[in-house]
Design a protein around this ligand. Structure first.
Ligand SMILES: Nc1ncnc2c1ncn2[C@@H]1O[C@H](COP(=O)(O)OP(=O)(O)OP(=O)(O)O)[C@@H](O)[C@H]1O
Ligand SMILES: [Mg+2]
Length: 256
């Protein structure tokens, strides 16, 4: 479904400074797969997501979605940013409908779907409220609905729950899985939380410090549907330790 082939990224500033953000990243992702990405701050996770989204060009290599090279944003791809940026003058429903307007799709065809999603996200009755009348977690769910309303087959999420407290975050993760099981799609999920990465994903991609490379790709063999109690499963602990060792191992010991 998504093929990332030897993707590299070098940023060049106007003053001639050069930052190697990504180096030789290759990964194939199946249709309807849930992939988490973890790695130290500044290792190029957001850069990788933006390249897949067609928001930033790669310096080398190529990303294809269903065989088509990504050179600009595809309408079939949804993006959730770290901070829920809702439009304060629009109601919940109108915020969700914003993506439909931006894509130039007919509003009447999508309004019922927007309402269904809002309900699915546990926000029934809040359609006419404004963002400032909602809690942080509720705003995050509205942003999620907005990314899902045109039913993209690919969803790119950059630390979508980063601003939430631990409990709301866990709840949101399971909420996301529920929506994903109901309307399966291919998800890339960037997070700083190792347990969150494991709990949600089919595979966890661990990246090295800058320039970001793939340190390891772990298959998560836990049953679905996932539940918070799985964190006590010995396999969960083993995954967690493996990832932690990869991220915190001193650089010179790492085998390239
Ligand atoms: N537009 C840009 N211009 C120049 N350098 C950039 C730009 N965007 C990112 N970088 C640099 O590329 C590197 C990777 O950044 P990126 O945002 O992809 O990291 P990240 O893994 O998402 O980090 P974090 O976990 O802190 O969000 C960093 O060193 C950053 O300074
Ligand atoms: Mg980032």
């Amino acid at each position: 479904m998504i093929s990332i082939r030897s993707v590299g990224k070098t940023y060049r500033s106007r003053h001639g400074e050069v930052v190697d953000a990504l180096d030789d990243v290759s990964l194939d992702v199946r249709e309807k797969e849930f992939v988490s990405i973890v790695g130290p701050s500044g290792c190029g996770k957001s850069t990788l997501l933006k390249i897949i989204a067609g928001l930033v060009p790669a310096s080398g290599g190529e990303v294809t979605i269903r065989g088509r090279p990504v050179r600009e944003p595809f309408p079939d791809v949804g993006f959730v940013f770290q901070n829920a940026v809702l439009l304060p003058w629009r109601t919940v429903l109108d915020n969700v409908m914003f993506s439909i307007e931006m894509l130039g799709l007919p509003g009447n065809d999508y309004r019922a779907r927007a309402r269904d999603l809002i309900e699915l996200a546990g926000l029934a009755g809040f359609e006419r409220k404004y963002p400032w009348e909602l809690s942080g977690g509720m705003q995050q769910r509205v942003a999620l609905c907005r990314a899902l309303v045109h039913d993209p087959s690919v969803l790119l999420m950059d630390e979508p729950f980063g601003a939430l407290d631990a409990m709301t975050r866990e709840e949101m993760g399971l909420e996301l899985l529920r929506i994903w099981e109901e309307r399966p799609k291919t998800i890339f999920f960037v997070t700083h939380s190792i347990p969150e990465a494991i709990l949600l994903a089919d595979r966890v991609v661990v990246m090295t410090p800058r320039p970001g490379r793939l340190a390891r790709v772990l298959d998560i063999a836990l049953d679905r549907p996932r539940a918070v109690e799985m964190e006590f499963d010995p396999r969960f602990k083993a995954y967690s330790e493996e990832i932690r060792a990869l991220i915190f191992r001193p650089r010179r010991e790492r085998v390239h």
